[in-house]
Ligand binder design. Structure first.
Ligand SMILES: Nc1ncnc2c1ncn2[C@@H]1O[C@H](COP(=O)(O)OP(=O)(O)OC[C@H]2O[C@@H]([n+]3cccc(C(=O)O)c3)[C@H](O)[C@@H]2O)[C@@H](O)[C@H]1O
Ligand SMILES: Nc1ncnc2c1ncn2[C@@H]1O[C@H](COP(=O)(O)OP(=O)(O)OP(=O)(O)O)[C@@H](O)[C@H]1O
Ligand SMILES: [Mg+2]
Length: 249
């Protein structure tokens, strides 16, 4: 194991314990998607709280592969996990909202898709908090530095969490930690995806690769076109990294 990252991993585990102690909580819970970010976090919470940590696999009309990979992550980490499927609830909610909206006027396909996608992330957030409330656990988020900077997350969805232990990591560092923590190869080799619609990949949707975002965050020179994309995403999502605006009086 690389000594530098070993130290950083150990520090992040200690940091998680400090956060739980300071909050008077008992443990930690994370949503496990079958992707690499949640795989790393699953391993960190298991190491911080071997007996008081939980992974939740929350398929919503998801591909079977996500569930299989989610189970592989939890089992490789020896993390206790539960599977809760809200496909039907999601379908009911989105159909009802669509019915109501159609009465008020046309909704474009694009906005319909984003609304459907973000509702999945928010249903997962509500479920994870229901467990956290019941167990006196804190909710652990999985955003890395690239996602925080670009705001590539759903506000109050996967962005609705108590702690962000890997928010300081470049995506390349997430890969390094995953290898050091023993995350299964099949997870490390998957293309990063929010899994919010069929065939979605982060890099296709953003129009920029994680490699380039990492280079930008490291202060390296990157092509002007990509720089504009990253800076525009950062500006448009400023509201997601702040408390809601309040009047001054
Ligand atoms: N200036 C402003 N001040 C205050 N609030 C503002 C605002 N602009 C928009 N808003 C609010 O924010 C909403 C838009 O934000 P939001 O609901 O988050 O939606 P939005 O940013 O449009 O979509 C979320 C994006 O994150 C991606 N995502 C989501 C989940 C997971 C992952 C992943 O990597 O796994 C990626 C997803 O694919 C999509 O591209 C608006 O509907 C509005 O309510
Ligand atoms: N099916 C799911 N079950 C449980 N949690 C999920 C599910 N899908 C998404 N999440 C939660 O939302 C987070 C955000 O997803 P994101 O795609 O950014 O991370 P990831 O899937 O872990 O890694 P990658 O970016 O490589 O796909 C996940 O890390 C996980 O905590
Ligand atoms: Mg993913």
């Amino acid at each position: 194991m690389n000594v530098f990252d070993d130290t950083r991993i150990a520090k992040s585990i200690e940091w998680l314990k400090d956060q739980v102690n300071d909050a008077g909580a008992k443990g930690l819970v994370v949503g496990i998607s079958g992707g690499i970010d949640s795989a790393v976090v699953a391993n960190l919470i298991k190491r911080a709280y071997p007996d008081n940590s939980m992974g939740l696999i929350l398929p919503i009309s998801s591909q079977q592969k996500d569930v299989i990979d989610g189970i592989a992550v939890a089992e490789a980490a020896s993390l206790q996990y539960q599977i809760i499927d809200f496909s039907e609830i999601h379908r009911t909610m989105i159909n009802k909202v669509t019915d109501v909206l159609q009465k008020t006027g046309p909704v474009t396909e694009h906005y319909q898709k984003i609304s459907d996608a973000n509702l999945r992330a928010r249903l997962r957030m509500s479920t994870i908090y229901a467990v956290a409330n019941a167990m006196n656990y804190l909710v652990v988020g999985t955003d890395n530095a690239a996602e925080v900077y670009t705001g590539y997350f759903t506000k109050y969805g996967d962005g609705g969490v108590d702690l962000l232990p890997i928010a300081g990591l470049l995506k390349s560092e997430v890969y390094r930690w995953a290898e050091e923590l023993g995350v299964p190869k099949q997870i490390i080799e998957r293309a990063p995806s929010a899994g919010l619609w069929e065939g979605q990949t982060d890099e296709d949707e953003m129009g920029v690769t994680y490699e380039i975002i990492d280079q930008f965050l490291e202060g390296k020179m990157i092509p002007e076109k990509e720089k504009m994309i990253i800076q525009s995403m950062h500006e448009k999502t400023r509201h997601k990294r702040q408390m809601p605006p309040m009047p001054e009086w």
